[in-house]
Design a protein around this ligand. Structure first.
Ligand code: GLN
Length: 696
């Protein structure tokens, strides 16, 4: 092993470690649970807990924690030490199977969307053996699901796991029709994490960033991203040192951090791991985000994970590269032979149907206060969900939809015209960064997901939607004689593709014409989270989740409430911060500067230079008008903010925030930003975009 590979996964209770630390019969039984979902008896759990404890303590752990994902979206953990005191003043190390399998964190202070009354505090965490335990900061973290005393899921992981089960079940039914009986069908995911790094000192001086994660004020910088010089540019030393530290920590945690580069906006970067099964990939992404924030501070930096920290330049996404596969094949790989292609065409057709049928839910699944600012602006896909297939696959789909036999996707060879350069194998699709859901060769890239999101929601929805399409296919074709299956499958796909081809769009998703065209096609275009939310609780959605056994109606409704509440709470915080900052930070400074200009005017008057007087007078006028506009904008924002706060119905309240408070915030911002242009730099109370974006 090289130094590089030696450290990989040293802090993970991986299969490799389990083999070493567990007696072979226990190892086999645990694998049966991990691979086949068989339940674990307490003897096995005790043996696993013992091995985990020994391994963890050998690797410096002092505590263990059930690590879970409450509906807030972030991760939670409560640490218990392995120490158990004896009566004689000594202590032993203890960690039992029961402690491994089940925990009982107090659930009262986590969001529950009305599932529990405040006094009903009991909640349980239950070990998820399919995602390996790991050591983080001397704590053995055990990934767990989290549910209420009455058994409702109170977390993001449980529905995800249920959706994986649903997809596995329905995909296996489809594969059985192709004569295949894989052990499992599971989605794999790779999340490209985008982020900004700025200097700690700048961050500390901007209350908007500290409180809300984004700048609520800030004039456009002199230079943005228009020179296209940052994307993939050489990585500067401070950033590089941070990235190296991050890689090192992530590798030790078994997180396969693979690709790192500078992103489009100044100060923006990206880290992408190798694919993993979706449950583990999401756990990895959550740890990765936590590590990014933590390590940045060791380098005098702050990592911003918000979707739109800076207005007018590139925001941050977390492109969710998604495909489904068995232990031996990727079901979204077009392959080279027509026989394989029919299977591919069936899966592709199911995805197209799923995305069209549940475009509203997919949009909802990526909706957040932060992502509202990102979608449709500066290189992020629009809020309209559509699918980009690329030329080769569009041709395949069109031929099938027209009733012609399937053709298989071709790979061309590109000759770059210089003998020294190798011939390049062309992919079966180009890339289209304007598409929210783009086929990229053997997977789909769900680009609409925002950087700060927990990817569980959108993957859960995607898995459900596709499971439903596959179910319909299996329901229709099971029972068809084997020799007629191929023809019948093609006829089925032809019908479905014709019904759903409106969702296919290969053009420019940023263009205004697309919005017009999408409306003609009847595609939904929910510009804000508030607009997107009602579909979550529509009969159609509730039927999807309940029929697949992923969420009960009560669980759907609680999630809807939690998400709406988070949205309005965040906007409440943003509006309050804006009003306070405008009153206490910006306005006094603008007044002070106006006073200085007025005094200067007196001096100039004394000297009697007319032209200089006119110039100063103009500035003074602009400053005074600016202060008036700011005052008016504060008043207007205050009024709609109070109006929103007084609304009882959560959906109505969210609508008021989205359509009245947010525009009022934009007006106040414009008024303050206009003054940044006029007030002398040494007066301006906070670092500007020009100050922040170019010094890391
Ligand atoms: N060039 C890119 O891939 C930029 C993507 C962009 N940052 C987003 O928000 O999705």
């Amino acid at each position: 092993m090289s130094q590089l590979t030696e450290r990989f996964g040293t802090l993970v209770f991986s299969d490799h470690v389990r083999k070493q630390y567990l007696p072979s019969d226990i190892y086999k039984k645990l694998n049966k649970t991990i691979e086949d979902g068989e339940s674990l008896d307490l003897d096995v759990a005790n043996a696993v807990a013992h091995a985990m404890k020994s391994w963890a303590i050998e690797h410096g752990a002092t505590h263990y924690a059930h690590w879970f994902q409450p509906l807030s979206g972030i991760t939670s953990e409560k640490h218990d030490s392995f120490l158990e005191p004896n009566h004689d003043g000594t202590a032993i190390e203890k960690f039992s199977g029961k402690e491994l399998i089940q925990g009982e964190p107090d659930a009262s202070s986590f969001p529950n969307g009305g599932l529990r009354a405040t006094f009903e505090a009991r909640g349980y965490s239950a070990w998820d053996p399919t995602s390996p335990a790991f050591i983080k900061d001397e704590v053995l973290c055990i990934p767990t699901a989290f549910c209420s005393y009455t058994g409702e899921a109170l977390d993001k992981k449980t529905p995800l796991l249920r959706s994986i089960t649903a997809l596995d079940r329905e995909a296996k039914r489809v594969l059985a029709l192709f004569g295949k009986t894989p052990k499992k069908v599971v989605p794999s995911v790779g999340n490209e994490q985008e982020y900004f790094l700025i200097k700690k000192e700048d961050y500390a001086r901007r209350k908007d960033l500290v409180i809300t994660g984004r700048t609520l004020f800030g004039n456009t910088p002199c230079k943005g991203q228009e020179l296209e010089e940052h994307y993939f540019g050489a990585i500067r030393p401070t950033v590089s040192a941070f990235m190296k530290d991050l890689d090192d920590e992530l590798w030790a945690l078994g997180i396969p951090a693979k690709t790192k580069h500078n992103e489009v906006a100044p100060c923006q970067h990206e880290l992408a791991p190798v694919y993993a099964e979706v449950n583990e990939a999401i756990d990895n992404n959550l740890v990765m985000m936590e590590k990014m924030k933590l390590l940045a501070s060791r380098h005098g930096l702050v990592c911003l994970l918000h979707e739109k920290p800076f207005e007018g330049i590139n925001g941050s996404g977390k492109h969710n590269n998604w495909s489904i596969g068995t232990e031996s094949e990727n079901l979204l790989d077009p392959g080279e032979t027509p026989a394989d292609n029919l299977q591919f065409v069936v899966f592709l057709t199911s995805v197209i149907e799923a995305v069209d049928d549940y475009q509203d839910l997919l949009r909802m699944s990526v909706a957040s206060c932060g992502n509202d600012h990102r979608l449709g602006a500066n290189e992020a896909p629009p809020a309209i969900i559509s699918i980009f297939l690329g030329d080769a696959l569009t041709e395949v789909v069109e031929k099938i939809a027209d009733g012609k036999a399937s053709v298989h996707a071709k790979h061309g060879m590109l000759d770059l015209g210089a003998d020294v350069l190798p011939k390049i194998k062309q992919d079966n699709t180009d890339r289209n960064r304007t598409s929210p859901f783009a086929f990229t060769g053997n997977k789909f890239e769900f680009r609409a997901l925002g950087s700060e999101a927990n990817p569980s929601d959108c993957n859960m929805v995607l898995d459900c939607a596709v499971a439903k399409s596959l179910k319909k296919f299996a329901d229709t074709l099971e029972g068809v004689p084997a020799e007629e299956f191929g023809e019948a499958a093609l006829v089925y796909c032809k019908k479905v593709l014709n019904e759903h081809k409106r969702i296919l769009f290969s053009g420019n998703g940023y263009a205004d014409e697309w919005h017009v065209e999408a409306e003609k096609r009847g595609l939904c275009n929910y510009k804000t989270t508030a607009d997107a939310m009602p579909c979550f609780v529509s009969d159609k959605s509730i039927d999807l989740f309940t029929s697949l056994g992923v969420l009960t109606e009560v669980e759907v409704r609680s999630r809807y409430e939690v998400k709406l509440e988070k949205y309005t709470k965040l906007l409440n915080i943003e509006a309050t911060t804006m009003i306070r900052e405008a009153r206490r930070t910006y306005r006094p400074v603008i007044s002070a500067y106006a006073t200085k200009v007025a005094k200067g005017l007196e001096t100039v008057k004394g000297v009697g230079i007319e032209s200089a007087m006119q110039c100063e007078l103009n500035t003074l006028n602009k400053l005074c008008n600016g202060i008036t506009t700011i005052n008016d904008s504060i008043k207007a924002l205050d009024a709609v903010h109070q109006k929103a706060e007084a609304i009882d119905d959560p959906q109505e309240e969210a609508n008021c925030y989205a359509h009245e408070v947010v525009p009022a915030m934009a007006s106040l911002r414009t008024a303050v930003d206009a003054m940044e242009e006029l007030v002398a730099a040494d007066y301006w109370p906070v670092p500007t975009y020009d100050d922040i974006l170019f010094y890391v």
